[in-house]
Write a protein that binds this ligand. Structure first.
Ligand code: LMR
Length: 395
């Protein structure tokens, strides 16, 4: 049977981890997969996570199954973190999911049960795994214009007019903040305009929130979610704790579903839990238990907020530093768009050939689209990086 298979292509993002690891050069730089890095280049376990893990080791009395929805305290705390106090919590249901990807996958199965003929509209470009993940689950996908590769701005008018043509009931996949891969987020006014179109057209927003706390702060980064949840009858939100709690490999996330009324909320809740049972049965507990401890303990929560701010500030300062160095090393080229981006990512705006040259000649790794993970930049490597980039640019 397996003889009929052809080897799958390496993943566009995860494949870079091994390529970079196997590169023997000392001065290699990894700007590939979106993980936070310290100035020393490590992706640490947050101190607050270590503390919460110790509490778990000391107090956890059982590892018995926790149920398809995961832990109720985690789900309630995450729902509050994402939606704030004002949201219609009586119409919301939130389940624990194995990371943002697990949440997206469960959402896809639920959408297929509820509206098998619907189309999901994704930004062009979007996270490299959105299309294979949602498409692979069986959803039909189309794209709306989002990033202007020449001017490095959001194509907001074209985006709105594409959405105005989408049939009622279609789903619009949006990035809550730190748009992956472009780093460009709509302004509050633009979010309001997007919401107006969603409401006018009867579309269903499906918001992916993988970076809450990485752009401005936890509240500001939830603006799109909170603005929309107050205005639409139905909505889907996938969230991830991979980045903001640094719990990447522990697979922690949530899936939240907004129903038109409380009665439907109960039905949706039963269906989504049934979906979970048919895919992975129950979610992993450890990371979610850590998050719940942190969110429900004042001292741990304050410590987490400090560590989150530290990660956010370092990323932002490395972004400015690279922009400064590029204006020094490549004065004839405009990289000012780097400063407009938020979160871990932005496009350098160079070709796939130049990306390949950076990898081959300089050991600088990034996604083919020229998306860089700014967290891979350090005070020590930024000059070399800017020189390498400058060397690949046309004279
Ligand atoms: C990324 O975009 O690099 C991260 O979200 C990691 C991943 O799974 O692709």
């Amino acid at each position: 049977m397996f003889e009929s298979l052809q080897a799958a292509k390496a993943d566009a993002i995860l494949g870079l981890i091994a390529e970079h690891r196997n590169d023997p050069r000392d001065n290699k730089i990894d700007l590939g997969v979106g993980v936070y890095r310290t100035p020393e280049g490590h992706t640490p376990v947050l101190d607050v996570v270590k503390k919460a893990e110790q509490i778990l080791v000391d107090t956890q009395v059982s590892k018995t199954y926790i149920g398809t929805a995961g832990a109720a305290d985690f789900n309630a705390s995450m729902q509050a973190l994402i939606f704030g106090d004002e949201a219609p919590h009586d119409r919301l249901t939130t389940i624990q999911a194995p990371g943002g990807s697990g949440s997206l996958r469960v959402a896809a199965s639920l959408i297929l049960r509820a509206a098998p003929d619907t189309t999901v509209w994704a930004s062009e470009p979007t996270w490299a795994n959105h299309i294979p993940l949602l498409g692979g689950a069986g959803l039909r996908l189309k794209s709306y214009p989002y990033y202007d590769t020449d001017r490095h701005v959001i194509r907001i008018d074209e985006m709105l007019s594409a959405l105005r043509k989408a049939p009622a009931g279609d789903i619009v996949l949006l990035h809550a903040c730190c748009h992956n891969p472009s780093g460009l987020d709509p302004s509050e006014d633009e979010w309001a305009a997007i919401t107006d179109v969603v409401v006018e057209r009867g579309l269903v927003p499906f918001i992916d929130m993988a970076y809450q706390g990485f752009a401005k702060d936890l509240e500001a980064d939830a603006f799109a979610v909170r603005h929309m949840v107050a205005r639409v009858p139905e909505m889907i939100v996938s969230s991830s704790c991979s980045k903001n709690f640094g719990l990447y490999r522990d697979r922690v996330g949530t899936l939240s579903l907004l129903s038109a009324d409380e009665e439907n909320r109960g039905i949706v809740d039963s269906q989504v839990n049934n979906v979970v049972r048919t895919i992975y049965s129950v979610p992993p507990d450890h990371g979610a238990a850590v998050v719940s401890l942190i969110l429900n303990n004042d001292a741990l929560r304050s410590a987490w907020l400090l560590e989150l701010a530290e990660m956010r500030d370092r990323i932002q300062s490395m972004r400015s530093l690279l922009a400064d160095k590029l204006s020094e090393k490549a004065p004839d080229h405009d990289f000012s768009h780097l400063r407009r981006a938020a979160g871990m990512f932005c496009f350098l705006g160079i070709s796939a050939e130049q990306v390949a040259e950076l990898k081959k000649d300089y050991g600088v790794y990034m996604v083919d689209s020229s998306r860089i993970n700014v967290a891979g930049i350090t005070e020590d490597n930024v000059s070399y990086l800017a020189e390498a980039i400058a060397a690949t640019l046309p004279a």
